[in-house]
Design a protein. Structure first.
Length: 188
């Protein structure tokens, strides 16, 4: 955590630095801080869902567990869309702030790392879109149609939840890689 904070603080102090001295603007500092908060929101929400919410519902009666998971899913998806929007906006601002002086180009290594980061971020957004637009409507409908006195999770609902969770786990694996690529961009 501390090293990650220091490295991102390094991002903040290097924005707009063309002459070797720190000339970061308040807007660039704010953009970097919001970017960090958005990363924490999205990845923190994913980890919380996987480590706390998911396992906790196993202790509840199936009917209550299913409704609780559905409400938690809605909250995570909304939080993730806010974080994704902030990451896109602040990522563009941060990249523009790091543009080399006119006539210069990014180094080849920087361009490769940035490209891989953007592709992986795009994959994460795609996975989130599949969760929200492919699996969530069915999960919501099956949850709304639950019969009273349910003793076990219905198989069709459980099947959709498994697919939804698989995408969440993939994003949980990709997220730290994207963060590490961000740190590589700072050092480049």
């Amino acid at each position: 955590g501390v090293d990650l904070t220091r490295n991102y603080a390094k991002i903040a102090t290097n924005h707009g630095d063309r002459s070797g001295t720190s000339s970061m603007t308040a807007w660039a500092a704010l953009s970097t801080m919001v970017h960090l908060i958005a990363i924490a929101m999205w990845l923190g929400g994913i980890v919380f869902f996987l480590v706390v919410s998911g396992p906790a519902v196993h202790e509840l009666e199936p009917h209550i567990a299913i409704k609780t998971m559905n409400q938690a899913r809605i909250g995570l998806e909304n939080l993730a869309w806010i974080a994704i929007g902030l990451l896109l906006l602040t990522g563009i601002v941060n990249l523009l702030a790091r543009l080399p002086p006119t006539g210069s180009m990014f180094s080849r290594a920087f361009a490769i790392v940035l490209s891989v980061k953007i592709i992986l971020f795009g994959a994460m957004v795609l996975h989130h879109g599949l969760q929200v637009f492919k699996y969530a409507p069915t999960i919501a409908q099956l949850t709304a149609d639950l019969p009273r006195g349910l003793n076990a999770w219905p198989e069709p609902l459980l099947s959709h939840w498994r697919r939804w969770f698989l995408l969440l786990k993939i994003n949980a694996a990709l997220g730290p890689i994207v963060v590490l690529l961000s740190l590589a961009l700072v050092k480049n």
